[in-house]
Ligand binder design. Structure first.
Ligand code: PGA
Length: 250
């Protein structure tokens, strides 16, 4: 049985004080959720977050990492560094990393390999732009993003992978994909995994939807058969909204 997962991507928001406040609020609301709950604060607050959540069921993820363990890569953070502060999950391939930091499939493949080598859980993001969808190329774009960065991994690696479909046109825009659009794409993705691996793997992999998920629209999205959870940006910064989304994933 695949897991229900709700992950909050805090992006470049919340200084140390705000991180602590939000974590305290989330801890108070924690018992209400049955889904796996993950938060991804900024790098500088990961240590504090993982200390605060040590005895909690809420896991801490990084928003990115480098593909090397150490070396002359000014400004970068490695998997071993993340693990040393209690972080064993990483978001890779977010559209903002692709768009503003020129991360391409090849680079992401190297990051995926490193994260797997280090036994980390990966939330792998992908999704089409509006211009792709408007000319009917959304399936093709998503297929190539997944294939190029992920379809070299071994069968046993899939237990470490969570997929996150995030149409770029829906991120931070308030223009959520309809449940039908998301369901259709998730079914396509699951079938892709089945064709390239097998049905056990495709049935077990959790596929999250991300892009303007709110406490209002989460129920109708999460009720879809193929949607196993959500990757939440803006709404993950408000404890009550995030908790409502976690409850909807149960
Ligand atoms: P959003 O962001 O919920 O603010 O649209 C989602 C994401 O970027 O993961």
């Amino acid at each position: 049985m695949r897991k229900k997962i709700v992950a909050g991507n805090w992006k470049m928001n919340n200084d140390l004080a705000a991180t602590n406040t939000l974590i305290s609020e989330l801890i108070k609301k924690e018992k209400t959720a049955n889904a796996d709950v993950i938060i991804a604060p900024t790098f500088v607050n990961l240590l504090e977050a993982s200390k605060r959540l040590k005895d909690s069921s809420i896991k801490v993820a990084a928003q990115n990492m480098h593909f090397a363990n150490h070396g002359a890569y000014t400004g970068e953070i490695s998997a071993t560094m993340l693990k040393s502060v209690g972080v064993n999950t990483v978001i890779l391939g977010h559209s903002e990393r692709r768009e503003f930091f020129s991360e391409d499939d090849n680079l992401l493949k190297q990051k995926v390999n490193k994260a797997l080598d280090e036994d980390m859980q990966i939330i792998f993001c992908f999704g089409e732009k509006w211009e792709d969808r408007s000319i009917g190329k959304h399936f093709m774009v998503v297929e190539s993003q997944i294939k190029n960065a992920l379809f070299h991994i071994k069968n046993e690696n899939w237990k470490s992978i969570v997929l996150a479909y995030e149409p770029v046109w829906a991120i931070g825009t308030g223009q959520t994909a309809s449940p039908e659009q998301a369901q259709e794409m998730h079914a396509f993705i699951r079938n892709l995994v089945k064709e390239n691996y097998n049905s056990t793997i495709s049935e077990d992999v959790s596929i999250l939807y991300g892009g303007s998920v709110t406490s209002e629209n989460c129920k109708e999205l999460l009720r879809e058969e193929e949607i196993d959870g959500a990757l939440v940006g803006g709404a993950s910064l408000i404890a009550s909204d995030f908790a409502a989304i976690c409850r909807a994933a149960e």
